[in-house]
Design a protein around this ligand. Structure first.
Ligand SMILES: Cc1cc2nc3c(=O)[nH]c(=O)nc-3n(C[C@H](O)[C@H](O)[C@H](O)COP(=O)(O)O)c2cc1C
Length: 215
């Protein structure tokens, strides 16, 4: 199949933001290497997160076998899923606080954070997170993971790839189908990624006056 160079690699911030579209058709012959996908994920994960716990987790489904496994869960999105180079399943880790010692410990080791600040953070936030009600922690991980997902879509554009965030899938069963503990890993979204075969559709945005209040 002929590859359409719909998006080129770019560092033009305005082009990346203004011309991102949800991509519905991908060139199935274009594979993103795991090395490049890792670079995309690494850069996306510079996103901010509540107390820097980085609760986002990714399952990259880049094999035919993997796509066939999740295909039946993706209802009207199945064609996008099957033609994309990969589908990234984004989850929020409800036990993200288990990484607190690693995250703050590394920050101390690297000279980013004084030891006493680390201790104060751990003393205050670790019990707060461990004892947080399920819904409160879910709000935190959904918000943080939404931010990383947005970054991922923009980083993908910088690499010349299109994406489509997908909320239309079986959220009840996606974790189990991907062999994850569904109590611990809450589904945030699926995201198709690949070489776009078309630019996607322009879409209307509400004017600033409608979405903004000034006080
Ligand atoms: C959380 C979320 C869920 C979405 N779910 C779907 C989906 O299931 N299928 C789909 O084709 N597009 C889905 N979209 C894409 C939106 O339809 C799209 O972002 C919106 O129409 C604006 O178009 P644009 O992304 O091209 O700017 C979703 C977007 C978001 C943010």
């Amino acid at each position: 199949m002929q590859t359409t160079q719909t998006f080129q690699k770019t560092n033009d911030f305005n082009d990346i933001v203004n011309n991102r579209r949800s991509i519905k058709q991908y060139d199935p012959s274009v594979k993103i290497s795991r090395e490049e996908m890792s670079q995309i994920i690494e850069q996306a994960s510079t996103a901010p997160s509540s107390i820097n716990m980085q609760p986002w987790r990714f399952v990259v489904i880049d094999t035919q076998e993997g796509k066939e496994k999740i295909g039946p869960l993706t209802s009207f999105n199945v064609e996008k899923v099957m033609s994309a180079s990969a589908v990234i399943a984004v989850f929020g880790d409800m036990k993200n606080i288990e990484y607190a010692k690693e995250i703050y410990g590394k920050a101390v080791e690297l000279g980013y954070m004084p030891q006493d600040v680390m201790q104060a953070q751990l003393d205050y936030f670790k019990p707060a997170y461990e004892n947080a009600p399920y819904d409160k922690m879910k709000d935190i991980v959904m918000l943080d993971s939404g931010l990383v997902a947005m970054q991922l879509m923009l980083v993908a554009r910088a690499h010349g790839y299109g994406t489509n965030p997908i909320g239309g899938y079986d959220k009840e069963n996606i974790a189990e189908v991907l062999d994850l503990d569904k109590e611990r890993y809450v589904p945030v979204m699926l995201m198709t990624i690949g070489k776009a075969l078309s630019e996607g559709y322009p879409s209307y945005r509400l004017p600033v006056e409608t979405i903004t209040e000034w006080k």
